[in-house]
Structures are given as C-alpha cells and as structure tokens.
Ligand binder design. Structure first.
Ligand code: KIV
Ligand code: ZN
Length: 512
C-alpha cells in the first residue's frame, strides 16, 4: 500500500503573516471549517502566544473542528508552549509546533545565542511540550541554510526528547528542488533516530519554487508531510500552494505513488473564501484555481477538447470544484433552493437568522442582476453585513455623477457606530470622488497602497469585486467589497478596510 502524504495547512498562521491578510476570529473559524471539509490532515490555526486574539482563535478552532488535527505555533520557550497547550485543550487531536532558528546567521544576528544555547533550548522546549501534548512538531527555522552537522545534532536530540514530526523550513525561499530534496535525504540518512519521526517540508516561494521544492523534498528526500497554504498565501512571495501540491501528487500518482486524504472538490471554494477574506486576489492564470486554469481560448485547443478531453486537459475541472459556471439561481428562487445551494457550495451558516440575512441580500442582488452564479453567492456570504462582527463603518447608499469633460461628484451615506452620516466630494473619477467623500468624515490619514477590481463571474454583467489595501502607522489592512456597481463595491471595500484599520484586535505577527 502506498504511503500517506500528510497535508499540513498553515493558511491561518504563516498565510496570515502576509501584510494585510490578518483575519478576525470568526473569519479564521470559517476558513478552518472549509479546511476540515477539504479533509486537511493538520490545520495550523495560529500562534497562540502572539496575542490574545490569536489565542482565542486557536481555542475557538480547537473547540469547533473535530476531524483535523489542530496545531498552534510556539517559540521554543515554556511560556509560548504553555499558551499553545492551553489554547489547544478542547481539540480532539492537538499538536504543538515549536521552532527555533538554527542557521549561523539567525543564531548570531537575530537570537544572539551560541549554537550550544540553541541546542539546549530546542531540547528543553521539546521535553517541556511533550509533557503537555503527545504530538510535537519541531522546526529548525532557516533550516535549509543551517550547518548540516549542527542540524543533525539538534534534530537527533529533539527526536530523542519526543518530537514526532521534524519540519525542515526553507524560510527564505532560497532552495533549488534537487538540492532541497537531497538535503532532506542527507538529514534522514545521517540522523540516527530519523525513523522515529515523520519528516516534513516547509518551503517559501521567493524564487517561485516553493511547490517544486516541496515535491522534491517528498520524492527525493522521503518527506511525508507538506506544509502549504491555500492560494500559496504568505509573507513576501508566499508559501507552497496547497492546491498545486495536492493536484500534482494526485495527477501524477504514477510518479509519486502516494495517498492523500484531501477531498479535492472543495479546493475552489477554499480558494475563493481565502481570497475574499484576505483581499489577496487570485491571478487569472494561477494553476488549478485561476479563472483561466481550465479555459481553452485557442481554436485548436477547443477543437481538441471537444473531440477528446484529455488532448489538452490533465485534470478534470469538476474534481477541484469548478462547475460549468452555470446559472444557479434567479429572482424567483426560494429560500429553500438558496439554502440548498449554500450547502452544495460547502457554506455553513451559524444560524437560521444568518441564512435569512444572506437570503435577503440574495433577493436584493437578484433584483439587480438576472443571473446569479456560484461566485456571486460566495461573495455574498463573505460580506461583512451578514457576519456577527459589529463594525464601526457600514455602507448605506451612494450617488455619483460623471460626465465627459466634467469633474465627477459623489455623495455617500454610511454609518459610524450605527449612526448615519453623509459625505460629498469631487474626485478624479467616480471611485476617487466616492472614497474622498468617505474621508471627509473619517479623516483616517491612511495611505492607499493597492486598489484592484475583478469581475467575479467574468462579464460586465457580473459583480465587481474590489480590494483596497490601506496603510497607516505601520499597519497594513485589506478590505474587500462586491456589488454589480463597481463604485459601490469600491466604497464597501474602503469601509471594510477602515473597519480593519480601526479594529482593536491586537495582533503580533509570528516569526517565520
Ligand atoms: O518559514 C519558517 O521558517 C516558518 C517556521 C516558523 C516553521 O514558518
Ligand atoms: Zn514559514
């Protein structure tokens, strides 16, 4: 029987470290539920000791998710490890992931510790963690750039202390597939007790090779766990992308000969959810989940696919959750049909009143847009107006006027802590005027570092999905808004970013 490859998803920890990708507790839980549907083996839910917010998020996920192992990151010290164990108490299956840097550069410049001190601290923290939880993962941070003799010494010691998974991070995305694969192989050959632990790969994408490096770590190195994120979300150029690594292993089973527990049909919904929650848009030509991933534009390709699908398709679109972009619902659809479609899309609503709120928004949308696609429904349910969080700012209405040769004008009504306020402004274009109209009241002083518009289901009839990234006093946040009117979508996205900017959530970015 083929070996199983463990899929360890770190969207909610390493992915969340992307500037602007930080999520609320409820958003994290929603994504964790989707990861559970996807049958991810391990969900790294956060870094419990980094902030109260992250502690609560890990705790909530540990108490709610039953089918996946829930993991918390923790630095290699007793306080972090105790916090992680505390947050994980309610989990059916809990893992503590503790890490300390082992490269000469990190030890000397960042930690200001000698190799012997790092060695002792690694050992002691695994020993301490093992008294609290059975499932312990150890990561030598910047492992790939570490001295191989020293690394072998540390790994042997932590396995001896009870580490059950050894993860070898390429923290800065410096590796090359063949070299990384051989690095893992060498470690496994040289560490005397290497067979007592599962080996794991964790690759960053700075040179665009995170997926290739991870696959080499599996094939050449014999790793049996891959750490990855949905859409490859993560700091800088991101992490290894879950959808790509999973589909590579599945599509090329002839080569990898590994079993996966993943239910790939939920991949697309997970991708959409993460993108809509974080505001990190998926590029159209992204493998597996990009809008063009299964589109055949050239006549030769279309002709080939019509004659025999496998002439140009190596995966089936429906296997990763693409439906034929069919019209699912319209103005006359009832609440039951809507509820059923939510279930088919894997969307779980907390209560009947949430379904009612979503259904009311659906009806509103169906009045303005005759064809409602799955994408519209997913955008609609991710809208903050039906989440539980009481936001400071809420959109009410907008009117704007633009005409060739005239300076556009916009006036907007929005709520601040439940009270309606009005603002009006001119601007370079209708979007600019609308956002300036908001600022006449809010005076946030924030700098806009990104503005992007995307048509949710591809045509001018579709809803526009706008992402706005704001930066203020070192804090970076993303806001997302959708509406058939892109000026309204822009105003919603801007208000959503302001809500995040002004939220009291204390979040300390994890290392790594
Ligand atoms: O990239 C990294 O080194 C990490 C570790 C904390 C595992 O994310
Ligand atoms: Zn990382």
């Amino acid at each position: 029987m083929a070996d199983k490859l463990i899929i360890f998803d770190t969207t909610l920890r390493d992915g969340e470290q992307s500037p602007g990708a930080s999520m609320t507790r409820d958003e994290k839980l929603r994504i964790a539920r989707q990861l559970e549907r996807l049958k991810v083996d391990v969900i790294e839910a956060g870094f419990a000791a980094s902030s109260n917010g992250d502690f609560e998020a890990v705790q909530l996920i540990a108490n709610s998710i039953k089918d996946s192992t829930i993991c918390s990151l923790s630095r290699a010290n007793d306080r972090d490890i105790s916090r992680a164990a505390e947050a994980l108490k309610g989990a059916n299956s809990a893992r503590i992931h503790t890490f300390i840097a082992t490269s000469a550069l990190h030890m000397e410049k960042k930690l200001r510790m000698t190799p012997d001190q790092v060695f002792e601290q690694a050992k002691q923290s695994v020993r301490f963690a093992r008294n609290l939880v059975d499932d312990i993962e150890f990561s030598p941070e910047d492992g790939y750039r570490s001295d191989v003799d020293f690394l072998c010494r540390v790994i042997e010691a932590v396995i001896h202390e009870g580490a059950t998974t050894i993860n070898v991070p390429d923290t800065v995305g410096y590796a090359i597939p063949e070299l990384y694969g051989n690095f893992i192989k060498t470690l496994r050959e040289r560490v005397p007790n290497s067979d007592k632990a599962i080996w794991s790969v964790h690759c960053h994408n700075d040179l665009g090779m995170a997926v290739a490096n991870s696959l080499a770590g599996v094939k050449i190195g014999g790793a049996r766990q891959v750490e990855c994120t949905i859409n490859g979300l993560g700091e800088r150029a991101g992490n290894c992308s879950l959808e790509e690594v999973v589909m590579a292993i599945k599509t090329r089973k002839d080569y990898f000969d590994l079993e996966l527990g993943i239910d790939t049909r939920h991949i697309l919904a997970a991708s959409r959810m993460v993108s809509q929650t974080t505001g990190f848009v998926v590029q159209p030509n992204k493998a597996v989940v990009g809008a063009n991933a299964f589109a055949h534009a050239s006549g030769i390709h279309q002709d080939g696919v019509l004659k025999a699908r496998d002439t140009y398709e190596i995966m089936r679109a429906e296997d990763v959750g693409w439906t034929a972009n069919k019209i699912v619902l319209g103005k006359l659809s009832g609440r039951n049909a809507f509820k059923q479609r939510l279930q088919e899309l894997g969307v779980q609503m907390e209560s009947e009143s949430d379904i009612n709120a979503a259904f009311a928004r659906f009806k509103e949308l169906a009045d303005r847009k005759s064809e409602i696609f799955d994408e519209d429904i997913l955008a609609l349910v991710s809208d903050e107006s039906i989440s539980h969080v009481k936001e400071q700012y809420g959109f009410v209405s907008l009117s704007q006027h633009s005409e060739t040769g005239e300076r556009p004008m916009a006036s907007i009504v929005f709520t601040v802590d439940g009270k309606e306020v009005k603002g009006a402004s001119d601007g370079n274009g209708p979007v600019d005027a609308s956002l300036k109209a908001i600022e006449t009241h809010v005076k946030s002083g924030a700098e806009m570092v990104l503005y992007s518009v995307n048509a949710i289901s591809g045509s001018t009839e579709s809803q526009g999905e706008v992402t706005v990234r704001l930066q203020n006093s070192g804090r970076v946040v993303n806001g997302v808004g959708s509406d058939p009117d892109i000026v309204v979508a822009s105003a919603k996205a801007y208000l959503s970013a302001l809500n995040k900017l002004h939220s009291k959530a204390d979040r300390v970015a994890a290392q790594g």
